[in-house]
Design a protein around this ligand. Structure first.
Ligand code: SAM
Length: 396
């Protein structure tokens, strides 16, 4: 399908939904009672996101927030409250009907929040040609939109362009556990359902890294649909446009604490748990970002750790039989590759089959935030027939 045709069909679909108030889309976890206290019903009922932009929790007063594909404006209005009257929120959308509803409701939200005038504006524009000047935005959010854009690389490049150095994004979107086949890609109806345009998690994160973002990591995931064996999952990801010119720092080494036994960061450096790794100033900057901090000890001189040290972390698999029940784990950052203590090597976004024992390991605190877990066997797998024991070999 030509790009213009996809865009037109998606826009028609959302215009129709907005004008009829049709219920659509995916799992979100808004506190609706709270939102109803200041956002009109007309906006809330056309909330078509697939997550909650949890990154809004990181917003400070006075910041500028951009919402790509703002729809009826639900996330813009929540951002409006959080940035306060001195902050600024820009929603962009390509669909006139959506823009009209959002614009119409902005003044009442401002009144409900006690602002002298609205701090939200809605601009007509495309995700791959964002009508915002370079380096203007502290936080970019988007809720179930980028999968609808035919050229995602262009969208990621645009996001990087408009973000301030030191800025960040939090995006909820639909990804797939494998490449979406052509017969679905060319299904116009499924574009509007946020399915046909879904990237794999690997390609999604690689696209963002390719655009220049780093420290990309998972905030949340939840299953969405399984179609013809393809698992579509809603993920919420955050990443950073690191400040230009790494700050002066005495740090020269990073020692991996665990629980991973080995990791490769997005700049290509490999770390082995407990062994000091010399690092560059750019890497110091990357490893100082929130999601990476708990994994490392940064030091000016080489620092070795052994397992007797409190700072060494590990989650060992139980010495017990395991069952193959259809579970697969997908690493979702902040590393490109990571190994556990049972010889599994997880590559970002690539589903790796795991047994019940490994599932338990990955559900532990140090691991759980980094993985999307899917079950390709459906409900029926008991695993009984494929029990294995570590003593007999052949186990994971
Ligand atoms: C699934 S709805 C989500 C709306 C909103 N984010 C929410 O959470 O309710 C997708 C929205 O993105 C807009 N949209 C889709 N593709 C777009 C694109 N390429 N550029 C700009 N807006 C787009 C649609 O018009 C629609 O309003």
């Amino acid at each position: 399908m030509p790009i213009d045709e996809i865009t037109q069909k998606v826009s028609d679909r959302y215009a129709r939904a907005a004008s009829t108030g049709e219920q659509m889309c995916c799992p979100t976890s808004y506190d609706m009672a709270d939102l109803q206290s200041f956002i009109p019903e007309e906006v809330l009922k056309i909330s078509y996101g697939c997550g909650t932009p949890a990154g809004l929790k990181t917003v400070s007063h006075g910041e500028t927030v951009l919402d790509i594909g703002s729809g009826g404006g639900i996330d813009c209005f929540e951002a409006s409250r959080l940035v306060g009257p001195t902050g600024h929120v820009i929603g962009i959308d390509m669909t006139d009907t959506m823009l009209a509803i959002a614009r119409k409701n902005a003044p009442s939200v401002a009144v409900n929040l006690g602002y002298a005038s609205s701090n939200v504006e809605f601009r007509k524009g495309m995700a791959d040609a964002i009508p915002v000047i370079d380096g203007a935005v502290d936080l970019i959010i988007s809720n179930c939109v980028i999968n609808l854009a035919p050229d995602k690389r262009k969208v990621f490049r645009e996001m990087f362009r408009v973000a301030k150095p030191g800025g960040r994004f939090t995006i909820s979107d639909i990804v797939a556990d494998q490449a979406v086949p052509q017969y679905l890609v060319h299904d116009a109806e499924k574009w509007g359902d946020c399915l046909s345009g879904a990237l794999t998690l690997t390609d999604y994160i690689a696209g963002m890294v390719g655009a220049g973002f780093l420290g990309i990591h998972l905030l949340k995931s939840s299953p969405w649909q399984v179609i013809d064996g393809i698992h579509f999952v809603s993920v919420t990801l955050t990443g950073y446009k690191l400040p230009t010119g790494a700050p002066v720092s005495a740090v020269r080494y990073a020692t991996l604490r665990g629980p991973f036994s080995r990791v490769v960061d997005e700049l290509g450096t490999t770390y082995l748990r407990g062994i000091p790794q010399p690092i560059t100033p750019d890497t110091v900057c990357l490893l100082s970002q929130v999601p990476l901090v708990p994994h490392f000890i940064l030091s000016s001189g080489p620092l070795w750790l052994d397992r007797a040290d409190d700072r060494w972390t590990a989650v060992y698999p139980a010495d017990a039989p395991c069952l193959w029940q259809g579970y697969f784990a997908m690493l979702a950052g902040p590393f490109v590759e990571a190994a556990d203590d049972d010889n599994h090597v997880y590559r970002r976004g690539e589903p790796l089959e795991i047994c019940s024992k490994t599932l338990k390991v990955l559900e532990a605190d140090g691991y759980a935030p980094h993985f999307v877990i899917i079950n390709r066997a459906g409900q029926s797998a008991s695993g009984d027939a494929v029990t294995c024991s570590p003593d007999e070999g052949g186990c994971c």
